[in-house]
Design a protein around this ligand. Structure first.
Ligand code: PMT
Length: 222
């Protein structure tokens, strides 16, 4: 059976985009994710015959054809929406999920006062969607994470692969021109729990999505 056939009829769950963590009714903590990488994975999987559910943070991208989309805003909402979609054969966590969120969003706009030079916010850890999926009783056959790093890319990615008990992790350097956040192109270094390592790209995210799905398909039992 070819690698493409391995995704046919599989249930593939993808997260994409940023999360927005509200500070008050007019402000939030967000990040630079455009959703392009995750949407490309969802689109490529659907084209290969997978049944795809895409849980998307706040982005302005059209829904890929044949994909069921669930829109969320915060990390907590994304956690709930993703886990509610289990069981699945494959989970690909391409979303840039906030690691910390305000302990409580103020119900009214926070006002500055005369002479105030600083403002402190208490942030609390969000729940790790990827790790929770990987340790879930209904764990997908393949759990694939991304690692967005500015430095020590391989070491940090391998740490996440092991600590979060993933099958594959696609590491990308962020904060550079021509890749990572917002760009149409990217380069992925994909590390496997089986010891494999492969560099994909540089290439358009649409091309990388298919290359990543080839690695996933090759690991799905026929
Ligand atoms: O959206 P684009 O503009 O196309 O940019 C693509 C991208 C840079 C966002 C993408 O390629 C990428 O790297 N996505 C992961 C971003 C990220 O949050 O990386 P991280 O190293 O902080 O997190 C590691 C993994 O844990 C990720 O799979 C993330 O989805 C997951 N995570 C993190 C925190 C959390 N609370 N829950 C999670 O599931």
């Amino acid at each position: 059976m070819s690698a493409v056939d391995a995704l046919q009829g599989r249930r593939v769950l993808v997260s994409a985009g940023p999360t927005f963590e509200d500070i008050d009714p007019v402000r939030f903590i967000g990040n630079r994710s455009s959703g392009k990488m995750g949407f490309a994975v969802a689109q490529a999987a659907a084209r290969r015959g997978a049944r795809v559910v895409l849980v998307a943070g706040p982005v302005s991208l059209p829904t890929p054809e044949g994909v069921t989309r669930i829109d969320v805003r915060s990390a907590a909402q994304m956690h709930e929406a993703v886990l509610a979609q289990l069981p699945a054969d494959v989970y690909v966590g391409a979303a840039a999920v906030a690691d910390f969120a305000p302990a409580q969003a103020a119900s009214n706009k926070i006002k500055k006062t005369a002479g105030q030079d600083t403002l402190s916010l208490t942030l609390v850890r969000t729940r790790d969607i990827l790790a929770d999926i990987a340790m879930h009783a209904q764990r997908p056959r393949l759990v694939v994470g991304f690692a967005a790093e500015t430095d020590h890319v391989e070491a940090y990615a391998r740490g996440k692969l092991e600590n979060k008990r993933l099958d594959l992790i696609a590491a990308n350097r962020v904060g550079v021109e021509g890749g990572g956040f917002e760009s149409d192109d990217n380069t992925l270094a994909v590390y496997g729990a089986d010891g494999s390592a492969q560099v994909l790209g540089p290439a358009p995210k649409t091309v990388l999505a298919d290359a990543l799905l080839d690695l996933i398909a090759a690991r799905l039992p026929g």
